[in-house]
Design a protein around this ligand. Sequence first.
Ligand code: ZN
Length: 348
Amino acid sequence: MRFLECSGTPYEVGYQHGQTFAPQVRRCYDVYCHFPGTPAAEIDLLLDETEAAHRPHFPNLLAEIRGIADGAGMPYHDVLLLNFYADIVGERAPHCSNIGVAASPDGPLIAKTVDLKESEREFLFVQKVVPQEGQPYVHYVSMGTIWTEAGVTAAGLGHVCSGLVGRARVAGGVSVMALINMAFLSPCETVTQALGLLSQYEVAKWGATLLLADDAGDLALIEMLPGSKAIRRTQNQDDLLLHTNHAICAETRGMMGDADLAEKYGYGELIGNSGARYRNLLHLAPQVEHTCAGLQNVLRDHAASGAICQHGAAELHSAAGIVIAPRWRTMWGTLGYPCQGEFIPFTP
Ligand SMILES: [Zn+2]
């Protein structure tokens, strides 16, 4: 299991991350950051604009990114571009399946697969952070980045997320991954506080859906796309919130990138794959036991159509399976296919 504990200021946390995984951070940059057809000067202009949009609101994240760069011995510019490229140029294929259960013997539960391309799997790791200020937390994150996939804080706030494709870039918008990171790691301790923070910002280009759950028993889903957001709260004990990689709320559905855009960025197959996974979740989730073990079994599912544990269809490989019980401040996760790995408990 790739696991790293970091502590200190945001810069120091980043530095420990960058120093520990320096070769992988360099490789990660090489995997993601090539944009044929877009002049470097144009990218640099957009990157400057993006940094300026984040500076007033997310200084801690920029400090963490600077720390990663210094720790890995790379230019700040390159690590900044690695973190924000999908918000300014190019596209990162949307991925992952999410499940939220309103009530279980362990309070609300949230779960997900982390679906990645084969070339991306080596970059995923579990990081525990004891920050100088704020709540300790543990999360899954990609090397060289602040792209948090799932996590839980010592205050009992948990999140899992999955990608959505937006239509067009909104100038002055913020990175959806920066936003999720801040909602999760900021002083927010409850779902209501996190939704309040997320609602204040406009997403730049890359979209996402987030499932949030807290110690008090609250569970919510928020879809975020450039120009639109939608929130769903649970009303009843048997409520489920499910999500793959297409918008399911009426308010956001029209703001998704279309099939032509998906083809252009090379993940046309994902649209059908996402629909099949969603239909399978609609079928599976009400049937299984609403317990940590029951959700782990959903993450191991290999249905002929819409397998939740993915082994290469549409270039998706389930690099981890994760179940979070905010009440116990515990995240159980695999590193590797959920069908093959043991779910290991992590606490902040
Ligand atoms: Zn499998």
